[in-house]
Design a protein around this ligand. Structure first.
Ligand code: SAH
Length: 210
């Protein structure tokens, strides 16, 4: 699908491009948006939420340097599009994904079934607390913005693992990538983004948003 466009924008990780080619983005969108499924833009998925732009999905996925056997935690399942790509990359591992809105999670679960993706576990809860009983994770991807990095997520990052999260205020954020090494946590920035807020006692309150 978008692999050509993404390669033009500097995404070179071939495993990520191949995984993105295998996931039909239109399946994750309401019917009236199918024609726009392959535009490189975010789109509404209902409940005031959005599916990320393919370029950002590719960038965030590539930053985790996933291997087939990895255990991955995703916060903010949304449509399930990003989850499906993670599931292809961690095909011999497992993806744990958390969403707080039941309507979105039910639809995403149905898509995983239709796509035959069996290495995904879902949970309806506040993702900022992570998934302690499945930790530690080799990769953690947070698809909603927080003012600071929720401590429980950093605690659940395995040695050698990477985490990516948009950090900032409601209007604009920066992607922050962490890597846990034997010496501690490394941190780097990977560009400006605009995500919907992480609604949590560890992040933004629902009142800030709507
Ligand atoms: N990656 C998704 C898009 C995510 S949009 C996709 O590919 O479609 C961000 C999602 O985070 C929204 O669905 C929102 O409901 C969810 N969210 C916000 N705060 C959350 C929290 N505390 N825990 C879990 N999910 C949360």
């Amino acid at each position: 699908m978008v692999a050509g466009q993404l390669a033009d924008r500097g995404i070179r990780n071939r495993r990520v491009l191949a995984a993105m080619n295998r996931v039909p983005r239109e399946w994750f969108l309401p019917p009236h948006l199918h024609r726009e499924a392959y535009d490189d833009t975010p789109l509404p998925i209902g409940n005031g939420q959005t599916i990320s732009q393919p370029y950002i999905v590719a960038l965030m996925t590539a930053s985790l340097a996933l291997r087939r056997r990895y255990r991955v935690l995703e916060i903010g399942t949304g449509s399930g599009y990003q989850t499906a790509i993670l599931a292809h990359l961690a095909s011999a591992g497992r993806v744990y994904t958390i969403e707080r809105l039941p309507d979105l999670l039910v639809e995403a679960e149905e898509r995983f079934r239709r796509l035959g993706l069996t290495n995904i576990e879902t949970r309806l809860s506040d993702g900022a607390s992570g998934w302690p009983d499945a930790a530690p994770f080799d990769g953690i991807l947070v698809a909603a913005a927080a003012p600071t990095t929720p401590a429980p997520l950093l605690e659940q990052l395995a040695l050698g693992g990477r985490m990516i999260i948009p950090i900032g205020d409601l209007g604009a954020q920066e992607l922050v990538i962490y890597r846990r090494t034997s010496e501690g946590l490394e941190e780097r920035r990977a560009g400006s983004v605009r995500f919907v807020p992480l609604i949590s006692r560890f992040a933004f309150s629902g009142r800030d948003w709507r």
